[in-house]
Design a protein around this ligand. Structure first.
Ligand code: FPP
Length: 263
């Protein structure tokens, strides 16, 4: 999308507008993956229950999805619930699932209007029936869209994803001689999608937390101290500007030309 069109929805004179001018729209990361962290701390700072942080996090999700689609990002993946998150108190898990259902119900129109295709990555079969129903509805209703691919990682684990891929390969009778990286990647939840070029983590933690372990092999990592509920367009633009200043060498010695999803 040309800069002029992008500046139409960014407040003139704002820090966001200045950052947008720094972005090279011909070299956007094809796939941006985000570890949304810091909801609990955001709530604690305000003496609120943790779930209020998750509630406020929904506004940041809405902003990240719309901004990414408008900027022309091809794939956005948000880490919403890990397999390890079941260890949280039942009430918190239940609130997260309720927020997710509500988000999908309320935002379906926005996803359709922005031509966004929705997909769940993880093990959705282990989620409650009402959550699965809402996920299936959003997936089916947006299946024909051809704009941004929006993945929500739910009941997701990076190691489990690789195990699931291995199981699929064994079941399909692939021999050791036939197995290579492309074959394995074709059995991941993200099959057919470019690998993340940019991995963002909020709240300052320097961990990958079992997220897209295979796919982030050559991702550029950008960590911000901003807590997830405060994450907005400006932070995404900052991450993209920082990403575009990096030399991506893919293990070689020359900066590689930008190729979406190159490993
Ligand atoms: C991490 O913060 C955040 C999560 C585990 C959940 C993220 C979920 C949402 C923003 C809402 C639902 C998502 C969608 C896509 C509609 P934390 O609780 O670990 O924060 P802390 O580290 O400060 O305790």
């Amino acid at each position: 999308m040309p800069l002029e069109q992008i500046l139409e929805w960014i407040p003139p004179g704002s820090p966001d507008a200045a950052l947008a001018r720094e972005v090279d729209f011909a070299r956007l990361p094809a796939h941006v993956a985000i570890i949304m962290d810091g909801n609990g701390r955001w709530a604690a700072k305000r003496h609120l229950p943790r779930v209020e942080g998750h509630r406020a996090g929904i506004d940041a999700v809405r902003d990240a999805v719309e901004t990414s689609a408008r900027l022309g990002i091809s794939v956005l993946t948000l880490y919403a619930f890990s397999m390890e998150n079941w260890k949280r108190p039942r009430a918190e898990v239940s609130t997260l699932m309720t927020l997710l259902k509500r988000y999908l119900r309320l935002e379906l129109a926005t996803l359709l209007r922005n031509d966004i295709r929705f997909k769940v990555i993880g093990r959705p079969d282990e989620l409650a029936a009402d959550v699965r129903r809402e996920l299936a509805r959003a997936t089916e209703r947006t299946a024909g869209n051809s704009g941004m691919q929006f993945n929500i990682a739910l009941n997701y684990g990076g190691r489990a994803e690789i195990v699931d891929a291995a199981r699929q390969l064994i079941e399909s009778g692939v021999t050791a001689a036939e197995l290579d990286e492309n074959r394995l990647a074709s059995c991941l939840y993200t099959a057919g999608q470019p690998d993340p070029d940019l991995l963002i983590r909020t709240s300052g933690e320097m961990r990958v937390s079992n997220f897209l372990l295979w796919q982030i092999a050559y991702a550029e990592i950008w960590v911000t101290d901003t807590l997830w509920p405060d994450f907005r367009c400006r932070h995404l633009l900052e991450a993209i500007v920082a990403y575009q200043k990096r030399d991506r060498r893919y293990g070689g010695i020359e900066p590689a030309r930008h190729t979406s999803g190159a490993r």
